[in-house]
Design a protein around this ligand. Sequence first.
Ligand code: AQP
Length: 332
Amino acid sequence: MTRVFSGIKPTGHLTLGNYLGAMRRWAAVDQHRADALFCVVDLHALTVDHDPARVRRLSRQAATLLLATGVDPKLCTVFVQSHVDEHTRLSYVLECVATDGEMRRMVQYKEKAAREQRRGGSVRLSLLTYPVLMAADILAYGTDEVPVGDDQAPHVELTRDLAVRFNQRYGHTFVVPRATHPAVAARVMNLQDPLSKMGKSDDVGPGIVYLLDEPDVVRKKVMRAVTDSGRDVVYDREERPGVANLLEILAACSGGDPETLGDAYESYGALKKDTAEAVVEVLKPLRERHKELCADPGHVEGVLRDGAERARAMARPVVDAAYRAIGLLPAS
Ligand code: AQP
């Protein structure tokens, strides 16, 4: 059976980008057709300046939202990265096959390092090595597919490179995974700055739709989205990025494809109104389920406990094999 792994970082409140780019497929498709693991990758949240209590709160919230999207622990494994030591055990070994140069070339590293410096902080070493830990997250489970938004494509590419390099040097140990992306909304853009990704740790709040925003807040954000200077509604990512973003969001939420939907609108106002309502509708069941789950925190904790146990049992043999292959003496 195909093995699927993907994760979500508790670095901020989850956004419409996280949902349309990744989480929605996990619940709707992946858990039904594959042996899937979904993880709150909390160690990655420590790579930038953070408040410990907030990371804990956001980790709980991310796990709860994951279940609220319909991810079902009877069908797949849901857990928290730091509860399974195999991720960090494997990460060190992969650091021994990765190079300093390939880490420094990662676009996300350059962007995030610049952002940390702009905010007056220093750049943590873990920010540089973060893609190696992500490779360990994926490779520890013999993963075939990694369903992610397209911003994560370079990291999955690096994961493939490390797996191939390790296998060539030390003997076949890892499955070489591949990224999968949704057909539309693989990169949802910020509504106020359609040239930048809608990111949960961004500073531009009004351009970000959070999964737990009240319906009227969602409507306001979408109605105020920056559009382009033209007047007709056409799907053109290069020339009309603001309108293209709205059309992609509408297509992802209500079906259809962005080009055809574009032909159906004569004004930006009507497009925004329908997009806002489509987003509100998509988020409604998720918000309701989230409220129910919050009333039963013991349930979420139980899911994470069982999930960690299952994940550990899957990862341990793979990581042990990597330790043996690279030359480490078995403990017993
Ligand atoms: N805007 C997006 N459009 C499509 N997919 C997206 N994803 C994230 N943003 C978008 C996908 O969601 C999954 C989990 O993302 P993450 O938690 O690894 O990263 P993030 O939300 O991008 O948060 P960061 O990196 O902490 O903050 P930013 O980016 O704001 O600096 C992934 O599959 C991702 O592709």
